[in-house]
Design a protein around this ligand. Structure first.
Ligand code: CDP
Length: 208
């Protein structure tokens, strides 16, 4: 059985949590596509000693391996910024496209979360969700996650990272972050994660 769920939305809106729980409910495979961009960004920073070279970034994307994606140091704000900088590069996006499309078509169902899944990667997805929340709520949620490894982190620092990335992600020419016309928009500002997951499960059940 092939069945694709596409989840897009701005940084720290809850896409990953919803995707994981919906994947578990239906036994679908889950791909956090942000990790691909984070892995490219991290490696580009390392090779360029803090400076991202676009040609190098495309080469890294073409040769990306599981070991790059499975690293445990990809969740920092520094790597997130690097991810959104390499994500504006059409050659980087092109290099990552087929892997994501193949994943979406795997037998047993797949759920992918990112920025362009419902618009560019899987325009034919059976279910499309665009998950969002207010700037303040998203910054608070991300602060809680990041404080585990960085107890001193300030809310303003997190909010600045999210805002910069949202602006860059939404204004780029290549696959900008935008809700697909046929996406169900879930604003989780005043919604519990359980309620958001329940809404997503209902949307999937309607199409199964
Ligand atoms: O977890 P969070 O929502 O903060 O970010 P992420 O999903 O890990 O994505 C990190 C960055 O990768 C984003 O800010 C985007 O610039 C980029 N990205 C993208 O351009 N397209 C995707 N499908 C996924 C991520």
């Amino acid at each position: 059985m092939r069945f694709t769920v596409a989840i897009d939305g701005p940084a720290a809106a809850g896409k990953g949590t919803i995707a994981r729980l919906v994947a578990a409910e239906f036994g679908f495979a889950h791909l956090d596509t942000g990790l691909l961009y984070r892995a490219v960004g991290r490696k580009a920073l390392e090779i360029g000693r803090g400076v991202i070279d676009p040609v190098q970034a495309a080469k890294i994307a073409e040769a990306l391996a599981d070991t790059d994606i499975n690293r445990d140091d990809l969740r920092t704000a520094r790597v997130a910024q690097a991810a959104s900088k390499v994500a504006v590069l059409p050659d980087v996006r092109a290099a990552l496209l087929q892997f994501q499309r193949d994943f979406a078509q795997r037998n047993g169902g797949a759920i992918l979360d990112g920025r362009d899944i419902g618009t560019v990667i899987c325009p034919q997805a059976e279910v499309k969700l665009f998950v969002t929340a207010s700037d303040q709520v998203r910054a608070n949620r991300r602060l809680v996650e990041l404080r585990v490894g960085a107890p001193e982190l300030a809310l303003e620092t997190v909010a600045r990272d999210l805002k910069q990335r949202d602006i860059r992600d939404a204004s780029r020419d290549a696959a900008p972050m935008v809700a697909a016309d046929d996406a169900l928009v879930l604003d989780t500002t005043e919604m519990t994660i359980e309620a958001a997951v329940a809404a997503a499960i209902t949307a999937v059940n309607k199409r199964l």
